[in-house]
Design a protein around this ligand. Structure first.
Ligand code: ATP
Length: 241
């Protein structure tokens, strides 16, 4: 089996008196696309934030290892340097910078100018809307376009592991389709992905394995295709059965 790239063991997160994550284990192996699904408030975003160390005012317990080393206390930029990139919920593009500048910011850990320019061109080919608006402020883009830009920006760092939080949220169906095509493509190029999604069907269709979270706990895990056929998943998350 491929080696483990991200290992979460006994993770607990509390906000004041609220225990949002109650002790979960989760493994992501090199080359996998893992979906983390579950209802609103189940603790998915909190789990991602615990990995990226962006949880001010919370108490985090447990162990998180990335690429064989503990990552507790590392800043986001240090994680990016080690090959982990995150697209947060709500995208987080630099709204007052141009689209082109946003992409260049994503490559700040690199110094291969020609390679960076080639990657910008590649993303402009994949998302022609971004090319048309390259000089425009990112804040003027639609939600779907910002999602595309956020993904492209994260991938400009050439990450080994990409963390995606709700990429389909609030987007028109056609945009959601396009974003998922790109996610599949990126995965097929060997980037390991941990995908948090409320759209369980799309996430399970794209993923190799999946975890289901409910009220801060992992309540199911396994092969994504098998989960699509699981009556419990069908009833609770796919609106079937
Ligand atoms: P969503 O899809 O809505 O993002 P989620 O599964 O990602 O849901 P979380 O956002 O991780 O869930 O939230 C888990 C629990 O922690 C919820 O009860 C939420 O209200 C609570 N919570 C999240 N962030 C905070 C915070 N900053 N302060 C206090 N409670 C929080």
């Amino acid at each position: 089996m491929a080696k483990s790239l991200l290992q979460i063991a006994g993770l607990k997160v509390a906000y004041g008196g609220i225990q949002a994550v109650k002790g979960i284990d989760l493994d992501v192996h090199e080359g996998e696309l893992i979906a983390l699904i579950g209802a609103n408030g189940a603790g998915k975003t909190t789990t991602l934030k615990a990995v990226t160390g962006t949880l001010p005012g919370s108490r985090v317990e447990g162990h998180v290892e990335y690429d064989g080393r503990p990552i507790k206390g590392l800043h986001s930029f240090q994680l990016v340097e080690r090959g982990m990139a995150m697209v947060p919920e709500g995208r987080g593009v630099f709204t007052r910078m141009s689209i082109h500048e946003n992409l260049l910011m994503g490559a700040y850990t690199r110094n291969d100018k020609a390679g960076i320019a080639a990657d910008v061109d590649r993303w402009f080919d994949i998302f022609p809307r971004l090319k048309e608006r390259a000089a425009q402020m990112a804040g003027t883009l639609s939600g779907g376009e910002q999602q595309m830009l956020a993904m492209a920006r994260a991938l400009m760092s050439h990450p080994k592991l990409l963390l995606l939080d709700e990429p389909s949220m609030g987007l028109a169906p056609i945009m959601v389709e396009r974003i998922f095509e790109v996610i599949r493509d990126v995965a097929s190029q060997g980037v390991t992905i941990l995908l948090v999604e409320q759209n369980a069907k799309l996430a399970l269709q794209a993923a190799d394995r999946a975890y289901v979270m409910e009220s801060g706990l992992v309540t199911m895990q396994g092969d994504a295709q098998q989960m699509l056929d699981d009556p419990r998943v069908k009833e609770a998350y796919l609106g079937e059965g």
